[in-house]
Ligand binder design. Structure first.
Ligand code: PMP
Length: 397
């Protein structure tokens, strides 16, 4: 059969498929894969942090000690010892029975949308927010409502006006993707109080919380209001994203539905990977490993801040100094547009992610996201100098 023969069949797409758009980020990442490009665009952790040797040992241990079960189908809830570990890791009182192991926290987002969103339901999100969450929710046909935010987090006063019909507020309090900002203690208290008063469910996404530089962030929202929140966590940033393992913690009112959705989606997350993670985490491994990631990422952030201060002099470029995580958020001078700037930057060998796709509503076209974790410090120095040159050229300096 020739490829053209397929065109005689007419496929009718589901409405939700129309909502699935090619990821702008994926298109960008294709370009940044080109050899020689210095990329601040990726959302990837630094591969230098992956504990490869520990996984080699864990792989052998699991196959030797528990090989048959590791290769068999298993319960949708997840591997009990892993659920117990997760419950112990979290800084509030969590019953392991409330923990659902997911195939990355990205699956957590998908399950939450399936269980809570009908066509036309309002979903409140931060401005800006994680693009992957917008993509996970979009097929359920929500109406996104962007809630304004400043450097301390979302504008709590806006919630009352948007409460009617909203299924939940999706929020990333720690080292947010894309802005790198962290919600202050005062804002967390105000948000939890408002959510309680408004009976507004919160979906809290926290893949970066462990990656703090100088001091841990304030307590999660869910710890303060477990009955009114779903908490999403991940092993991607503290161990490795290729494992595709995350978890969610949900109150009893909603947990059984999430479990049913999980069962329908993929039966369970890989038994083998779950056992390897339990084996790797034995003897307090994360207590030794995570500080090495924090130290590396902090040095990387400092290298990027130093390069920005050095190179952007005299240009009206603004940026923040995140207290953890992988990203910082910058703003171009008036008159420049980050989407227009990108191809010119790529031509010169440096890539970033324009901020626009992270906005559910009207976008800040001058904003851009810079990852400071995957490029070397030499590349950061060179790449930021190159970017400054491109900006200068665009401004006609
Ligand atoms: N939430 C946020 C905010 C993220 O940045 C990411 C990864 N880029 C995810 C969820 C998904 O992570 P994973 O599925 O690897 O756990």
């Amino acid at each position: 059969m020739k490829l053209n023969d397929l065109q005689t069949t007419s496929w009718t797409l589901a409405r939700r498929a129309e909502r699935m758009n090619p990821s702008v980020l994926r298109e960008i990442l294709k370009v940044t894969d080109r050899p020689g490009i210095i990329s601040f665009a990726g959302g990837l952790p630094s591969a230098r942090t992956f504990p490869v040797a520990a996984f080699a040992d864990a792989c052998a241990n699991v196959l030797r000690e528990d090989g048959e079960a590791a290769l068999q189908y298993a319960a949708s809830e997840g591997f009990a010892p892993l659920r117990e570990q997760v419950a112990r890791m979290l800084p509030w009182d969590v019953d392991p029975a409330q923990v659902l192991i997911t195939t990355g926290s990205q699956q957590g987002l998908d399950l939450v949308a399936k269980v809570l969103v009908d066509s036309g339901s309002k979903v409140l999100v931060e401005t800006p927010t994680y693009l992957g969450a917008l993509q996970a929710f979009a097929p359920m046909e929500p109406e996104f409502v962007g809630i304004g935010a400043d450097a301390e987090g979302i504008d709590v006063a806006e919630l009352a006006a948007q409460r009617a019909g909203a299924r939940f507020l999706y929020v990333l309090p720690n080292f947010q993707n894309p802005t790198g900002r962290t919600m202050s203690e005062a804002r967390r208290q105000a948000l939890v109080q408002a959510a309680r008063e408004l009976s507004l469910p919160i979906v809290e996404d926290n893949p970066y919380g462990e990656l703090w530089f100088d001091a841990p962030p304030p307590l999660p929202l869910t710890a303060r209001n477990p009955e009114g929140s779903i908490y999403l966590g991940s092993f991607s940033k503290v161990l490795a994203p290729g494992l595709r393992l995350g978890f969610l913690v949900a109150p009893p009112a909603i947990a059984p539905k999430l479990l049913q959705a999980k069962q329908a989606a993929d039966l369970h997350s890989p038994s083998f990977n779950q056992r390897m993670v339990v084996d790797v985490m034995r003897d307090g491994f994360l207590d030794r490993h995570v500080p090495t990631i924090r130290a590396l990422y902090k040095a990387q952030r400092d290298a990027m801040l130093a390069a920005l201060t050095r190179e952007m002099q005299g240009l009206d470029v603004r940026w923040n100094a995140p207290d953890g995580g992988m990203f910082l958020w910058a703003r171009l001078p008036e008159g420049l547009d980050a989407v227009d700037l990108l191809p010119r930057a790529v031509e010169r060998g440096v890539a970033f992610v324009p901020g626009a796709p992270f906005f559910a509503g009207p976008a800040d076209t001058r904003a851009l996201r810079l990852s400071f974790v995957t490029a070397s410090q030499e590349q950061i120095a060179f790449g930021i100098a190159t970017l400054a040159g491109v900006i200068r050229e665009q401004l006609g300096h």
